[in-house]
Design a protein around this ligand. Structure first.
Ligand SMILES: *Cc1c(COP(=O)(O)O)cnc(C)c1O
Length: 364
């Protein structure tokens, strides 16, 4: 029997082991394992300068990063959000006892529609929390104008946006707060981890306190939680950062193979706006129906190629929520597949994926 090499949808980047171990040796010397250690601080400084932002708070994960600003603002009302994201965007709103109100998405960018945000605003609306889907920036200008007009806070879930720039600025520099995930499956990672980004000094100070139980020494200032991160995680972040440019370049080459094949396959992907310096985090393709997407998914798996329904389901349809409709997000969530994409996926492998995809599409 022919053995099939499996091609997973993603694969974590690991730096050369010596690079990581050089940091670990230093941890053994210092015996400083966690609690705002030297590597966590060094990572925060390096990320702040890389992103050209004032404050980067290294935290335990990208989900708590979304929860902390809502907690610090003491919000308990409605938060307008996107149905087309990972479940954490919605669940963090609910975990903070706020009510998610879904605004449907733009079918070309998959990001929230500003018109739908306007239509969803009520007297109870306190914030907009939305995702830069697949690293495509949300319509930040329109969202900022809406937020200013209605006095709302804006939190961007930038879990996919690390390293991407829009109009000459890091995508993560927009909004009152931007968050990012450094989970192992992301473009840039620290195994587990994330960051909260803001240019607001006062808010940064409040969130720093909240990250670490709300106290400094014996002095207790405000309600807090534990969402700081360790020196071992910071070390991984520091060890990978020098390779980030290389990671993006490799993914860009794979993108070229997929992009070139799309017209022939008659498939659509997301539209990138002008002014975007892209970070190539995911390669979604949209099929005409759920049935077709599932047929292709299964067919590819028979050749050892694994894709992911990402994002699925549309979050307004979560079983613990009731009754809001988002027809665009619902249609796209059932018909999307993300193709394999990672730094060491070879060009011949990408070409093989395209070839199998093409054969399956023709078989219909
Ligand atoms: C991964 C992800 C998160 C959650 O990040 P974690 O670090 O896994 O908690 C949140 N939002 C989006 C859009 C994500 O892709």
């Amino acid at each position: 029997m022919e053995t099939i090499k499996k091609i997973q949808v993603t694969k974590s980047f690991l730096p050369p082991k010596e690079d990581y171990l050089a940091y670990i040796d230093k941890i053994w010397e210092s015996k400083w394992l966690t609690n705002n250690g030297p590597f966590a601080r060094e990572l925060e400084q390096k990320l702040a300068s890389f992103l050209d932002v004032k404050h980067v708070l290294f935290v335990a994960n990208g989900t708590l990063a979304l929860q902390v600003p809502l907690k610090v603002w003491k919000f308990d009302g409605e938060v307008i959000t996107t149905p087309f994201s990972y479940v954490a965007t919605t669940s963090s709103i609910m975990w903070e006892n706020c009510t998610p109100v879904f605004a449907d998405i733009d079918p070309n960018t998959c990001c929230i529609s500003p018109e739908a945000i306007e239509a969803a605003i009520t007297a109870r609306t306190q914030a907009i929390m939305t995702t830069h889907v697949y690293g495509i920036p949300s319509d930040v200008e329109a969202i900022e104008a809406i937020a200013r007009k209605h006095k709302l806070k804006v939190v961007y879930d930038g879990a996919h946006a690390f390293g991407g720039n829009y109009k000459g600025r890091s995508i993560l520099s927009y909004g009152d707060v931007s968050t990012v995930s450094f989970h192992a499956t992301k473009l840039y990672h620290s195994v587990e981890g994330g960051a909260i980004i803001t240019n607001d000094d006062e808010l940064a100070a409040q969130m720093k306190l909240a990250r670490s139980f709300g106290h400094i020494g014996d002095e207790h200032y405000s309600l807090g939680i534990n969402c700081k991160n360790s020196e071992f995680h910071a070390a991984m972040g520091l060890a990978i950062l020098p390779y980030f440019g290389e990671i993006v370049e490799k993914r860009k080459e794979i993108f070229k193979v997929y992009d070139a094949a799309l017209p022939k396959l008659k498939l659509k992907t997301v539209t990138k706006p002008a002014g975007l310096d892209y970070n190539y985090p995911y390669y979604p393709v949209f099929f005409e129906s759920e049935e077709e997407a599932l047929r292709i998914k299964e067919g590819l798996e028979k050749s050892g190629i694994f894709t992911r329904r990402y994002f699925f389901p549309s979050l307004n349809l979560l079983p613990y929520l009731t009754g809001q409709e988002c027809p665009v997000a619902e249609r796209l969530a059932v018909s999307v597949l993300c193709l394999p994409l990672y730094h060491d996926l070879s060009i011949p492998e990408a070409e093989f994926i395209v070839e199998r995809l093409s054969q399956l599409i023709d078989q219909k």
